[in-house]
Design a protein around this ligand. Structure first.
Ligand SMILES: Nc1ncnc2c1ncn2[C@@H]1O[C@H](COP(=O)(O)OP(=O)(O)OP(=O)(O)O)[C@@H](O)[C@H]1O
Length: 665
């Protein structure tokens, strides 16, 4: 869907207004500068307007060492709060899961003590079982306890996973909704990044809320209960064990922060990689026709290598950290065993107690290691959360739901007044300059000009994919920027140069953006658009189609039907430049003719073929961003030395195979 944001927006697909962002205010940070009509995010792929001089790329270390570490703290804190807020709807299952976790952890934590007691039972001469139980009774109680612990653990895992998946699903939907409401420029430039936020980042956030939170809680219980039991058994030995905790904790803090930075960079690199793959796969025909697979493979290889480099850094960091913690854990165990052995020899503690203590040390050690993983995962979650919330909180520069509703019965002239326009990504290159054009109600105007002269850009401005830099467009005397964009687009029908089809049936493609259209209305629109080929298909309107499964002429007629189904007040028709065969051209033109003749719709046609141009009531010539000529076909053709005649002569000669010097056109 993201490869066709313009089609989606113009189809006025209405997004559920009940879905609101957590924070409507987009807070700029050091990496986030927001000029008036632009958005510069720290993520390279989402940058609308790259700074003229890119800042030197900082090394990873310089980005993680103290001083830098705390720079994003407020953003991280608010991201953490938002992540926690996401778990709110899952309060009940998560609360229950925590209860189960406590029970299962309590059972696990009783194991070392039980083993110690068993060792003492088998190594002393007159063993005593607590509460006067027999061996059979004690065994049955232990078995029951362990079974209950396992059931609780299974329940905890299930509840946590399910809640996690529900949170991820909600997050994905909200992110997708946020992506769809952005202006096309934003999404088109950072498509891969948007997809990566949708896929990976939301999973990471979901995981960090549930899975990691659950493991973290388990780790807290294991460590604290384990420590308590150890103190109870031998405070001296426990103090010895605790000597290793501060350095490991400090290491964990740095490791977690380093991982968060790495995770952010990995997500950006993954976005870049997705974008490259998506671009090539969605244009596989072109890639294959130009034998460009090796070149695309190379581009992809570079992106994958970037991801791999980051993964390698993460692997090295993990290896060093876990190796160091493992080593210190083992050394501690050895020290405990050595010193503990002397205490046993002196009769200060029993063999069973030392065994229990050693086991608790292992528990506490793995608890601390789990806490480290938990901390680093939470950091990764916060990193991914920042990227997700950036998207959720982003206010589109052209908001879809604010402003005056435009009624479908409203009619009025369209006026382009002293309009100047440049694309946000190509600042300083004016496409339209002091452009003026009036189109009366029901009038059909064909815009003619050289390729790249800005004809399609006029449609983009009318549809508010972009706003002009200066000047305005009015409809019925009112600036279109005052209109609610969704309702404004709902009165405009669009037939783009290269119509986009979506996977579905022919009927669903015609009713795209009009899900409530009846079959009768769909067939009617198809009839008006000369889509007779549909009736000849095996399953008629229910024939399944994909992106490219119709011919150019059929696609264009289907797009006309799609536009007509909206009963548009204004029709923007961008004629296909690819030459249709004579029959297709005739059928398309005939369909256009019917619309023009009815004078029900105001038509702004970007025309290339003489046959279409001649059908419009008025023709305007667009040159150097301005209208340089205007008139009916007859007037322009009969005007000696008119630019129109030059243009048409050039087109005819080009069609006949003659090359015309550029300056003569
Ligand atoms: N999204 C964009 N970002 C930056 N520049 C763009 C963008 N789309 C078009 N342009 C540039 O704007 C200029 C006008 O493009 P436009 O598509 O409006 O021309 P056109 O007259 O419709 O061309 P054609 O007849 O070939 O379709 C071109 O120079 C083009 O390169």
């Amino acid at each position: 869907m993201l490869w066709a944001p313009r089609t989606l927006l113009s189809a006025s697909s209405r997004f559920p207004s009940s879905v609101h962002t957590a924070n409507q205010c987009f807070r700029p940070t050091r990496h986030l500068r927001i000029p008036r009509n632009n958005v510069w995010l720290h993520s390279r792929t989402l940058t609308n307007q790259p700074p003229s001089k890119p800042p030197p790329k900082p090394s990873i270390l310089s980005r993680i060492l103290p001083g830098k570490v705390f720079e994003n703290a407020p953003q991280s804190t608010s991201s953490f709060r938002k992540i926690v807020a996401l778990a709110k709807p899952e309060r009940k299952p998560l609360g229950f899961a925590v209860g189960l976790l406590l029970v299962s952890s309590a059972v696990s934590m009783s194991i070392p003590m039980t083993i110690g007691r068993l060792i003492d039972y088998f190594t002393t001469e007159n063993p005593q079982i607590p509460f006067g139980l027999t061996v059979g009774q004690a065994s049955a109680i232990l078995l029951l306890m362990f079974t209950a612990g396992s059931i609780c653990n299974a329940g905890r895992v299930m509840l946590m996973r399910l809640s996690g998946q529900r949170i991820v699903a909600r997050l994905r939907e909200r992110t997708y909704e946020a992506a769809l409401r952005q202006e096309v420029e934003f999404v088109e430039r950072g498509e891969g990044d948007v997809l990566s936020r949708l896929n990976t980042d939301s999973s990471i956030v979901g995981e960090s809320i549930t899975q990691n939170l659950s493991d973290g809680l388990r780790a807290v219980v294991m460590s604290s209960v384990g420590l308590g039991a150890m103190f109870y058994l031998s405070p001296t030995l426990t103090m010895l064990m605790l000597a290793v905790v501060p350095p490991v904790s400090l290491g964990a803090v740095f490791y977690g922060r380093y991982l968060k930075k790495l995770s952010n960079m990995t997500q950006e690199a993954l976005g870049d990689m997705t974008k490259v793959a998506q671009e090539a796969l969605s244009a596989l025909r072109t890639v294959q026709a130009f034998n460009a697979a090796p070149q695309e493979q190379q581009k992809f290889h570079e992106r994958v290598t970037n991801v791999l480099t980051l993964a390698r850094k993460e692997a090295i960091a993990s290896g060093v950290f876990f190796g160091a913690t493992g080593w210190s854990g083992n050394v501690t165990l050895l020290a405990l065993l050595g010193y503990g052995g002397t205490l046993v020899a002196k009769g200060i503690i029993s063999v069973g107690d030392l065994s229990s203590l050693l086991l608790y040390t292992v528990y506490v050690g793995s608890g601390l290691q789990m806490l480290t993983s938990f901390f680093s995962s939470i950091m990764r979650g916060i990193g991914a959360g920042v990227r997700i919330f950036e998207m959720l909180d982003r206010q589109p520069t052209i908001p879809p739901h604010h402003g005056v509703e435009v009624s479908h019965s409203r009619r009025g002239p369209i006026k382009f007044e002293n309009l100047s326009f440049e694309y946000p990504s190509r600042k300083g290159v004016e496409i339209l300059t002091d452009f003026n054009l009036d189109v009366e109600v029901g009038e059909s105007v064909a815009v003619v000009g050289r390729s790249g002269s800005g004809k399609s850009s006029i449609h983009s401005l009318l549809l508010r994919y972009y706003d002009p830099v200066r000047g305005k467009i009015t409809f019925d005397g009112q600036d279109i920027r005052e209109f609610n964009t969704t309702s404004w687009r709902s009165i405009i029908g669009v037939v783009p140069q290269d119509p986009v089809l979506f996977t579905g049936t022919i009927a669903s493609n015609i009713s795209f953006g009009n899900p409530n259209a009846t079959r009768e209305e769909i067939e009617d629109a198809a009839r008006q658009a000369n889509c007779e080929f549909i009736w000849g298909m095996p399953h008629g309107f229910d024939t399944p189609i994909g992106r490219l499964s119709l011919s150019g002429g059929q696609r264009q007629r289907l797009a006309i039907a799609r536009a007509l189904l909206k009963k548009p007040v204004i029709l923007c028709l961008d004629e296909a430049t690819s030459s249709l065969d004579a029959t297709s051209e005739h059928r398309v033109n005939d369909a256009i003719d019917k619309i023009l003749q009815s004078r029900q719709t105001t038509c702004l046609i970007v025309a290339h073929r003489l046959s279409t141009i001649a059908r419009a009531e008025r023709i305007v010539i667009l040159e150097d961003g301005r209208i340089t000529e205007s008139g009916t076909y007859r007037q322009l053709v009969n005007r000696e030395g008119s630019r129109f005649r030059h243009l048409m002569a050039a087109q005819l000669s080009a069609a006949a195979g003659e090359s015309i010097p550029e300056e003569q056109i």
